[in-house]
Design a protein around this ligand. Structure first.
Ligand code: PLP
Length: 552
């Protein structure tokens, strides 16, 4: 923090004499013409590309040891200075030297707790080009070639998922009247878009009713004699679905959770029972059922093939949330895990997860290229009837040219390159699981299917006691165990060398709530040596805190 304060003083002195006038404004908008001016800008770019990169390479710690509270005390001034405070060079220096060290180093191979990780170095270059071009993909008039590249790259991923015929793709790839999918802000808005389409498809215009989008849910329910709309998803469903339920007006309590089996996959019998039960209730409309391809907490995949058949049989919109697992389709070895995804009516895939794109990028795809017409909007100044503007059928208005990044990345990596990343994640997760099983104080909770697994500390002493205990005694022991895992996870995070996250899972049989450690293995630089170090650290934290009580 000393460094931080010193540079503040330094900058204050430098700022002296800065004014906002037309001369300096013009300089901000014009490219520098002199050699010296260009050299300065290049130096800044170098600083951004390499100083930041060096930081990320050298500091494997997740974050420096300073509490958020301490940090917050330095960010309390809420006034905007009328005079310019800093020059560009000083702002960049401050970001690189003072701010970056207190951000989270998500690219560390010791950072295995979340779905955010290192990205290939070239992504920074691509992102810079996108910023420099500043295209707005909402409309042709501000994007031109970007719009056709977007259609092309969306079609490429659509083909990866649905594998329609060559004729199908030649017909639709650049067809202004049909839509194979769209870029979104992330998985949340992709899921929301899928449910938005499903909702509107369920309540189309008829008689005097103009459709749910125009007349609202109350009228729709009256017209169609419906009391309630539901969406079915397993207990492992992402909470973005509940958000969507709220935003779309059906109510988030109508995102109905279906039980899972021991492998955290939706229980098909429970799923079918739920459908029959809801259908028997009369005035309930099932808007959609969601299959998960890569559950956020456990990485598990629902039986998509069977779910697809059930949904078709009952004429229910089948959405697959493949925000995490979608790119598995590029692994020749493991793409069969997603068998049945081609039966989906819509599919979500995140770009900023396993496509290793910079924050933020999501995508939504529809098997039927006319389905997105259900959410089309037109305006007089853009997106007119019959126009080819992409913004006609997106929740977002203005948005960046993601297509340029994804299309370039696919060219640099090839699907085989992405396949290697997927294979590495799955295989290292298996080795990690084996290691966890070997160590006496750990218990593997969910076996990895993709590259996510959960486990917990459950030392032999406690394990034995738990087996014998029942009632209140058992409850107390489980609480104790949960506390141990919370403390170990927190202590490890705060000491800043490595990061594993934690969540709470319901035991499939006993229904008890278990605190578990969760690791996401997507960084190709994470190897078994590092994973062993992480487990060693957890063991030693446990031993120094409570090892004497429950034994190793
Ligand atoms: C991450 C994730 C989401 C949400 O995506 P965001 O990009 O964070 O909005 C939805 N579903 C699943 C399965 C996810 O893993």
């Amino acid at each position: 923090m000393l460094a931080c304060r010193k540079s503040e003083e330094f900058l204050e002195k430098k700022a002296h004499g800065l004014v906002a006038d037309w001369n300096s404004l013009r300089r901000i908008f014009l490219q520098p013409e002199s050699e010296a001016g260009r050299a300065t800008l290049l130096r800044h770019m170098e600083q951004i590309l390499f100083s930041l990169h060096d930081f990320l390479r050298q500091n494997v710690g997740v974050t420096e040891e300073i509490s958020l509270q301490e940090l917050a005390t330095q960010f309390k001034d809420t006034t905007i200075s009328r005079k310019p405070e800093k020059k560009l060079a000083d702002v960049i220096t401050a970001l690189v030297e003072d701010i970056a060290p207190h951000a989270v180093n998500v690219s560390s191979p010791y950072f295995i707790g979340h779905m955010t990780s290192a990205i290939p170095f070239f992504m920074v270059h691509l992102k810079t080009i996108v910023a420099a071009l500043n295209q707005n993909a909402n409309k042709i008039e501000t994007s031109k070639v970007v719009s056709v590249i977007e259609r092309q790259v969306i079609a490429k991923i659509h083909r990866l998922i649905f594998q329609e015929s060559e004729e199908f793709y030649s017909e639709h790839v650049q067809n202004a009247y049909t839509t194979l999918g769209a870029f979104t802000e992330g998985g949340t808005s992709a899921n929301m878009t899928a449910l938005w389409v499903a909702r509107n498809a369920a309540f189309p215009p008829r008689n005097g009713f103009l459709g749910v989008e125009a007349d609202g849910l109350a009228s729709a329910y009256r017209e169609y004699e419906v009391d309630r709309c539901v969406v079915l998803v397993s207990r492992r469903g992402h909470f973005s679905l509940r958000k969507s339920g709220g935003v779309l007006g059906i109510g988030n309590s109508n995102i109905v959770a279906v039980d899972v089996d021991r492998d955290n996959r939706i229980d098909l019998a429970a799923f079918e029972n739920k459908i029959s039960e809801l259908r028997a209730a009369g005035n309930v409309r099932i808007l959609a059922a969601v299959g998960i391809a890569g559950a956020t907490e456990t990485g598990t995949i629902d039986p998509l093939d069977e779910m697809g058949d059930i949904c078709h049989r009952h004429a229910i919109h089948f959405h697959v949330d493949a925000a995490w697992g979608g790119p598995t389709l590029m692994s020749q070895k493991y793409k069969h895990f997603l068998k049945g995804i081609e039966k989906a009516d819509s599919v979500t895939i995140d770009g900023h997860k396993q496509l290793y794109m910079p924050m933020t990028c999501g995508m939504i795809f529809f098997r039927d290229p006319s389905l997105m017409d259900k959410i089309a909007y037109h305006a007089n100044y853009v997106n007119r009837q019959g126009s080819v503007d992409l913004g006609i059928k997106t929740l977002a208005g203005s948005r960046e040219a993601h297509a340029l990044i994804l299309d370039s990345a696919l060219k640099i990596m090839g699907s085989d390159g992405y396949g290697l990343l997927i294979d590495h994640g799955i295989e290292i997760a298996r080795s990690f699981a084996e290691e966890i099983k070997q160590r006496k104080i750990f218990e593997l909770i969910s076996d990895p299917v993709l590259n996510i697994l959960t486990y917990r500390i459950n030392p032999p002493g406690l394990k034995l006691k738990l087996l014998a205990a029942s009632g209140d005694e058992r409850k107390a022991l489980i609480e104790k165990l949960n506390d141990i895992n919370i403390n170990v996870q927190r202590t490890q995070r705060e000491s800043g060398k490595s990061f594993v996250s934690r969540t709470v899972l319901e035991h499939p049989v006993s229904k008890e709530s278990l605190v578990v450690l969760r690791s996401v293995l997507m960084n190709p630089m994470t190897d078994m040596k590092i994973l062993n170090e992480i487990l060693d650290e957890q063991e030693s934290i446990y031993k120094s805190h409570c090892g004497h009580v429950y034994g190793l």
